[in-house]
Design a protein. Structure first.
Length: 238
């Protein structure tokens, strides 16, 4: 049996994944991070340098540092408060991200986690950040996408913040396997809803020189697909 790890339950009051007034959702919040860590562990047993790209206030990061206490862990996000919280609470290296992939430099990592980032990026940033992360990867990367399941949720009437754009979003997805629309309320330009089909995801991964190890439909939080990609071709795991 493995040794149980101790995970911090301290949550920032600014954490949009769990607002301070919704403490009753802490179990689900922690479960989502625990599931992400389990996905990573199933693909990379002993990473030395790990990146949580789009770390937020540490929903997943807290589980990474607990699972791999000897690893050098980096927290990267656009929100300075989030990066600072992760540095102080989890004793990791912080890196402020950028909206333009050309403005960001990354060291090399053997494990990269990208949760709920590529589900919100406009096409230029989507492809630019994928290339940037691929160039920084020496081992395995796991990134989450919203694909056919989320498209079906939209068809069924689910409100995701851009209802007036749903028809066009779905038309683009059906025609091209990739679709994006801005959130009308977002202060950040180029931030919205992105849908990507498994076929387009594979093509994008291969286009930046990576090997698609697996595409796990609804593999994270029962909603988002998980793309597993590696620098070199893996065998023995599917």
């Amino acid at each position: 049996m493995g040794v149980a790890v101790t995970v911090s339950t301290k949550v920032s009051p600014h954490d949009t994944m769990l607002q301070a007034t919704k403490g009753q959702d802490l179990d689900r919040y922690l479960a989502n991070g625990r599931q992400a860590a389990a996905l990573m562990k199933s693909r990379c047993d002993s990473p030395h340098r790990i990146l949580d790209f789009g770390c937020g206030h540490g929903r997943v990061l807290r589980h990474i540092v607990a699972e791999w206490p000897e690893a050098e862990v980096w927290a990267c996000d656009l929100d300075p408060d989030a990066v600072q919280f992760c540095q102080q609470e989890f004793n990791v290296r912080g890196l402020l991200s950028a909206t333009d992939p050309a403005a960001l430099e990354l060291p090399r990592f053997d494990l990269i986690w990208v949760g709920s980032v590529f589900s919100h990026l406009e096409p230029f940033a989507w492809h630019g950040f994928l290339r940037l992360l691929a160039e920084s990867l020496e081992g395995v990367m796991l990134l989450t996408l919203e694909g056919p399941y989320v498209a079906d949720c939209l068809r069924a009437g689910e409100e995701m913040g851009a209802a007036h754009e749903t028809e066009g979003l779905l038309a683009d997805f059906d025609a091209h396997g990739f679709a994006y629309r801005d959130y009308p309320y977002s202060k950040q330009k180029g931030y919205g809803i992105t849908l990507v089909s498994p076929e387009r995801a594979r093509a994008a991964v291969e286009n930046v020189g990576l090997h698609l190890v697996a595409h796990l439909e609804r593999g994270w939080i029962g909603r988002q697909d998980v793309v597993v990609a590696s620098r070199a071709r893996e065998t023995g795991r599917a």
